[in-house]
Design a protein around this ligand. Structure first.
Ligand SMILES: Nc1ncnc2c1ncn2[C@@H]1O[C@H](COP(=O)(O)OP(=O)(O)OP(=O)(O)O)[C@@H](O)[C@H]1O
Ligand SMILES: [Mg+2]
Length: 317
């Protein structure tokens, strides 16, 4: 047996990785507790310490065209007395800012943002149907392990429309009202799902509003949420179909992301110029924004891909 194989053999033994995990946990906790963190050692932050003014500022200046999402997020994260994990589900078309807002939120929940070892991003694609029980075990063990290490762990589940519904529904115990499960408390954990499911419904709703000549900012959150959760619960295309996560109010809030308009795409182009430290050229801003595809045909109200690829387009200029 080569030295490498020997190493792999041992690191794959579950008991060994368990010991390694325990050791790391002890080491982290002790070092953090004694305030003698070794270099590159990150401490778990257990207290809620969101600077709401800073979050509001970021949402006002960096997050475009999403007044509903902004409104919900500001309301829901500002709660120190949570008795269950915070569970949010973001829905909307591609390129409307679901992953982007996750990055902003992660930074406000944890100074290291998505680079923190307590912020976990997972693409919800589990390809083999036949492996569902294994996936369940692995996913549950992964959540349990991470929350044992840091009770304020943040889990970002991306592209939940691709998940096998049974796997999603199996997460209920971790997201629900429980003091603890097998000695682990999930109360301070944060779970955010992002999905394209329901995007067309949100889009139809916004389009109808537009056609009536009403201002987008007049769209009322409750109305869209009601329509969205009913669709998610009942549609055969929904990963949340007939799901206890909705029926038992385990998901705290469904957050609708509206399709973006030309003026929002322009804002994204300006932001992309600024991120590169370049002077904003308004002629180019208009040109790039207008190059995007808009729908419905003939009306050209909403950007087909939101602000996706705007950054790359600006970099090429
Ligand atoms: N509302 C927005 N405000 C500011 N920038 C945005 C917004 N929406 C998208 N962007 C920009 O577009 C990029 C792509 O958006 P993002 O990855 O968040 O889309 P998404 O909604 O997650 O799409 P998908 O459903 O395909 O995953 C972001 O990194 C950001 O730069
Ligand atoms: Mg995304």
């Amino acid at each position: 047996m080569k030295l490498q194989d020997f190493y792999h053999f041992f690191t794959f033994l579950p008991s060994i990785s368990y010991i390694q995990d325990q050791f790391l946990t002890q080491c982290d906790r002790m070092a953090c507790h004694m305030n003698v963190m070794p270099e590159k050692c990150e401490c778990c932050i257990t207290e809620e310490s969101i600077n709401m003014t800073a979050l509001q500022y970021d949402l006002d200046t960096k997050f475009f065209g999403q007044h509903l999402a902004k409104q919900v997020i500001l309301k829901v994260v500002n709660n120190n007395k949570r008795i269950k994990p915070l569970v949010l589900s973001f829905h909307g078309l591609t390129g409307t800012g679901k992953t982007y807002i996750n990055q902003i939120l992660a930074k406000h929940f944890n100074p290291m943002g998505t680079k923190s070892k307590f912020v976990h991003k997972i693409m919800a694609s589990f390809p083999h149907r036949s492996q569902i029980d294994t996936y369940k075990d692995q996913l549950h063990a992964w959540i349990r392990g991470n929350v044992s290490r840091c009770e304020r762990s943040i889990f970002l589940f991306e592209d939940v429309h691709d998940i096998q519904p049974e796997l999603l529904h199996s997460l209920k115990p971790y997201l629900d009202y429980h003091d603890h499960i097998d000695g682990v408390s999930y109360r301070k954990a944060i779970f955010i799902f992002t999905s394209n499911t329901g995007a067309d419904k949100i889009s139809d709703f916004a389009l109808e509003f537009h056609r009536k000549g009403k201002k987008r900012e007049e769209i009322q959150l409750l109305e869209v949420q009601k329509m969205l959760s009913s669709y998610l619960l009942n549609s055969s295309n929904s990963e949340f179909r007939n799901c206890d996560l909705i029926k038992k109010n385990v998901i705290d809030i469904f957050v609708p992301f509206l399709p973006l308009e030309l003026e929002h795409v322009k804002m994204c182009v300006r932001a992309a110029y600024q991120r590169q430290g370049r002077t904003v050229d308004e002629e180019m801003v208009s040109k790039i924004a207008k190059e995007m595809d808009y729908y419905p045909k003939g009306e050209d109200v909403f950007s087909q891909n939101g602000c996706k690829n705007v950054q790359i387009r600006v970099e090429l200029e």
